[in-house]
Ligand binder design. Structure first.
Ligand code: GLY
Length: 377
């Protein structure tokens, strides 16, 4: 018997486990291939402002809260694991490729100012002064000093080491069911037939959280993203470059010698294919904005699934099944929201109360929206 069983060893599951273990709880994480889901694909943007969508103010506030936690979280993690996580705090430039794209950036900027967010417009010359590799065809930009990045894969590796150093037990098996025991969750059943019995069970299976037997219906659906990794990019960019290119979004996130270029966003279920069109569009748009991308080595193409929800915000805290705690549905913001999710969930597990910051993100917010529920469950 363990205090906490965590289904899922991605960034969210491991961070919850690490934080809970640091609070003195015994924790077991179950995953047959930790870190090979959305965590492997994520570009690592910590970008609440440039990811902010219209009518998503609660998510924006949660993102800003988590962003503020990142420096201390990264420092503590690096100290615990003994490896760097690549936190980069140089801001994000958003480029507009043609005049229509720049007009769209103007609307985005007005929205950001309405919300009191720090962002400022750049002329094409100012944009290139900040990022000399930008194409001379870029017509304008926005600088968001507060949106940063981290190396998501390095964070995952560090979390694995830190969690195990804190006493977390990692079981390399597939979760097939949440065991319901006397009306509440009592742990996890594994593909081997073994059961990890636990006082509390945490669901952190990303896009696969919705359909797990024993879990009450949850509005989580897979949102496919295709993403690329290129090598030879040392010194090419100062920080993250996002762009609107003839109405299409692309981002380029530098991590040392590597550049991550992403990402498509497709409602195609668990389609695992990397498509010619997906790779073409990403490279075409990235090269339009930063021509030198055409000289880099394309080292990796990957398709994974974001855990989407009807309002694009995560599902946190208690579920309708007593003893089952949700830490899922992070959609486009899993890396950004890792610290706040881990710390709020650990507080619930160890202290019995979900911190105020996470309260708006309970699954019960969808209970008055039967269409949203049936659509995705
Ligand atoms: N956060 C970027 C993406 O989901 O593509």
């Amino acid at each position: 018997m363990t205090d906490v069983a965590v289904a899922g060893g991605g960034l969210i599951g491991l961070a919850v486990a690490w934080r809970a273990a640091r609070r003195g709880l015994s924790v077991t994480v179950v995953d047959d291939a930790p870190g090979t889901g959305a965590s492997a694909a994520a570009a690592g943007m910590l970008a609440p402002v440039t990811e902010a969508g219209y009518r998503e103010e609660p998510l924006l506030r949660l993102g800003l809260d988590s962003l503020a936690r990142w420096p201390a979280f990264a420092a503590e993690l690096e100290a615990a694991a003994g490896t760097p996580v690549g936190l980069r705090t140089v801001g994000t430039l958003v480029a507009g490729f043609d005049e229509d794209d720049v007009r769209e950036l103007g609307a985005l900027h007005a929205f950001q100012r309405e919300l009191g967010l720090a962002a400022h417009r750049l002329t094409p010359r100012e944009a290139r002064r900040r990022e000399p590799a930008l194409s001379t065809r870029v017509r304008g930009g926005l600088l968001v000093e507060g949106d940063h990045s981290v190396d998501g894969r390095a964070v995952h590796a560090a979390l694995l080491a830190a969690a195990q150093a804190a006493g977390v037990v990692l079981v390399g098996d597939r979760v097939v069911e949440v065991v319901a025991d006397g009306g509440g969750a009592g742990g996890l059943r594994l593909a081997s037939g073994d059961v990890v019995a636990a006082d509390a069970t945490v669901l952190a299976l990303g896009a696969r959280s919705g359909g797990l037997p024993g879990v009450p219906p949850l509005p989580v659906r897979p949102v496919k993203g295709q993403i690329l990794r290129l090598a030879g990019a040392a010194g090419l960019l100062e920080g993250t470059v996002r762009a609107l290119v003839r109405g299409r979004h692309v981002y380029l996130v530098p991590h040392g010698d590597r550049l991550v270029v992403g990402a498509t966003s497709e409602d195609r279920g668990f389609d695992p294919r990397v498509t010619a069109g997906g790779v073409h569009d990403l490279l075409h748009d990235a090269i339009d904005v930063v021509p030198e991308v055409s000289e880099l080595e394309l080292t990796e193409t990957l398709a994974r699934w974001r855990p989407g929800t009807p309002d694009n915000a995560p599902l946190l805290g208690p579920s309708s099944l007593p003893g089952l705690v949700l830490a899922t549905g992070h959609h486009r913001n899993g890396v950004l929201l890792t610290p706040v999710t881990a710390e709020a969930t650990a507080e619930l597990l160890a202290g019995g109360t979900l911190p105020e910051v996470a309260v708006p993100f309970g699954a019960d917010r969808f209970e008055s929206e039967p269409m949203g529920r049936t659509q995705w469950s």
